[in-house]
Ligand binder design. Structure first.
Ligand SMILES: [Fe+2]
Length: 335
């Protein structure tokens, strides 16, 4: 593959629109993001890590309208700004300050490459404790430290982009921003159902994936889910109970993924956007050898099957055709 133009440093934030902002804010509060401020008709939310806001909410359609990545340097912004269709380097009109270049990916998603945002002071993360497990006795004479209520989100971790051609979309992000394939799930014809990509930080260990490029069963385009790291397993489970008690809709989980290794838990926002809590991701670096896993063989370590609404954003004939192909592959591998 072509040498990337730049190699982005991290996923910075998402811009999300909701038809009912008050309802969306309530959900995000119960989900465990924390309010930074409301200004410019936007709501800025954050995790507990020392980072600028990772979630910018405004009134609108109920979808993700932009995704942003942090670049290493101003020089990287200059390189991106020279791409066809890219904007000039502009001040980022947000409380974090900084600068941005905007461009549009082949699916129409706005992509913002940013630099120089001011990090916020860290907040208290979820409480943690040691364990009396695996034959070890570490928590001696102490109660477990677990808070009730919402999970405490630390940071934004990854998102999944759905399209009819995930390989082409992955290539677009690889060539421009250096996202690099970690592993893939492939359909019976060898084409990818999902390309998991990570940040390319050389010898430094990074999350197994920062963007998943997924084949959309309806062949539409969308952000299929956005995912946030929470403190630990107790924090995730405590937040699960909290969201359940508050009558939010769980669409998959709790389970542990095979590719990425995270313990996961997926919830639908009031406007139908899927938000994930996860903890304990696999961390990999340039030593990692990418593998292709047949969809028929794909089994998570443990956990329930996803609800149909996790897999299918919209019904059409393509969904039925594509589902039949996948089900056939699974039954062949089970035989
Ligand atoms: Fe995820």
């Amino acid at each position: 593959m072509t040498e990337p133009l730049i190699r982005v440093k991290q996923l910075a934030y998402v811009r999300v629109e909701a038809p009912d902002v008050a309802k969306a804010e309530k959900f995000l509060d119960e989900f465990g993001l924390q309010l930074v401020e409301r200004s410019n008709r936007k709501t800025y939310l954050r995790g507990t890590d020392a980072e600028a806001p990772c979630y910018i909410l405004s009134q609108g359609t109920g979808t993700v309208t932009a995704i942003a990545f942090e670049a290493d340097s101003f020089e990287d912004l200059q390189k991106v700004s020279a791409l066809p269709g890219a904007s000039q380097i502009e001040p980022l009109e947000e409380p974090s300050g900084g600068q941005a270049v905007r461009l549009t990916d082949p699916t129409g998603m706005q992509v913002e490459i940013v630099h120089g945002r001011q990090a916020l002071e860290p907040l208290d993360a979820a409480p943690s404790h040691t364990y009396n497990m695996n034959g070890q006795r570490q928590r001696v004479g102490e109660l477990p430290a677990i808070s009730h209520g919402p999970s405490r989100v630390r940071r934004i971790g990854h998102l999944v982009l759905e399209s009819a051609d995930p390989q082409a979309l992955y290539r677009w992000y690889h060539e421009r921003f250096g996202l690099t394939k970690s592993d893939a799930v492939v359909l019976p014809d060898g084409s990818p159902q999902m390309v998991f990509s990570r940040l390319d930080r050389g010898a430094d260990y990074v999350d197994h994936h920062v963007v998943g490029f997924q084949y959309a069963l309806d062949e539409g385009t969308r952000v299929q889910h956005i995912a946030f790291e929470v403190g630990n397993l107790d924090d995730l489970m405590s937040g699960h109970q909290h969201l359940k008690r508050n009558k939010y809709r769980n669409v998959w989980g709790v389970g542990r993924h095979l590719l990425g290794g995270q313990i996961f838990d997926y919830w639908k926002s009031p406007s139908g956007l899927i938000h994930e809590h996860w903890t304990d991701t696999d961390l990999i670096n340039q030593q990692h050898e990418a593998s292709d896993c047949g969809i028929g063989e794909m089994r998570d370590y443990w956990g329930p099957d996803p609800k149909p609404e996790f897999l299918i954003a919209r019904w059409n004939f393509k969904v039925i055709k594509n589902l039949l192909t996948i089900l056939k592959a699974r039954s062949r591998s089970a035989a």
